[in-house]
Design a protein around this ligand. Sequence first.
Ligand SMILES: Cc1cc2nc3c(=O)[nH]c(=O)nc-3n(C[C@H](O)[C@H](O)[C@H](O)COP(=O)(O)O)c2cc1C
Length: 184
Amino acid sequence: MTRIVAVSGSRSADSTTRAALRVALDAAADAGAETDLIDLAAVDLPLYHPDEGAQGDSEALKRRVREADGVLAGTPVYRGSYSSTFKNFHDFCGSDEYADTAVGLLATAGGGSYGGTLEHLRSTFRNVHAWTVPHEVGIQGASSKVETGAAAPGGEPRITDEDLRRRTERLGRVVVEHAERMRE
Ligand SMILES: Cc1cc2nc3c(=O)[nH]c(=O)nc-3n(C[C@H](O)[C@H](O)[C@H](O)COP(=O)(O)O)c2cc1C
């Protein structure tokens, strides 16, 4: 079975990035994939140190990426780029983890500008030999368009903007399609 893992680069308890990734992951599951979520708010991952080997959960997290056929990478826009939390995870994972892996990109912004963030993700994923898919998702004013589900007990995440919801679901499906093609 095709395995898709989402990586959420926000440490916020009520993260819109994680919620949007869950929408994409659900679409990936509907397309027949086995899904998994790495929530970087909930892992033990110290600041990467080049002189250290395994640190905290690093080996288990790397294995989850290595074993995935596709990755959904999501980050909040921080200062026009991706978050330090996502960068730290990026520094742990290299081409051993990402070779032959399809990667879909998603960014959530407080304001209106996510283009630089998606470009920075795309160029740095190229450096680890990942195959980023052309379809991508940027969500402007995310707090008004993404319901995280945290307000209601057992609440499901939801993207209220129809067009963005469809784009996000499509991201999940496209990553599954590319991952399946790469497995053939
Ligand atoms: C340190 C920091 C820097 C930010 N920089 C930007 C920015 O440059 N542009 C922008 O549109 N939003 C910016 N934001 C807002 C976040 O991108 C936005 O709230 C995002 O949806 C948060 O995602 P989350 O809910 O998953 O944590 C910033 C927020 C923080 C905390």
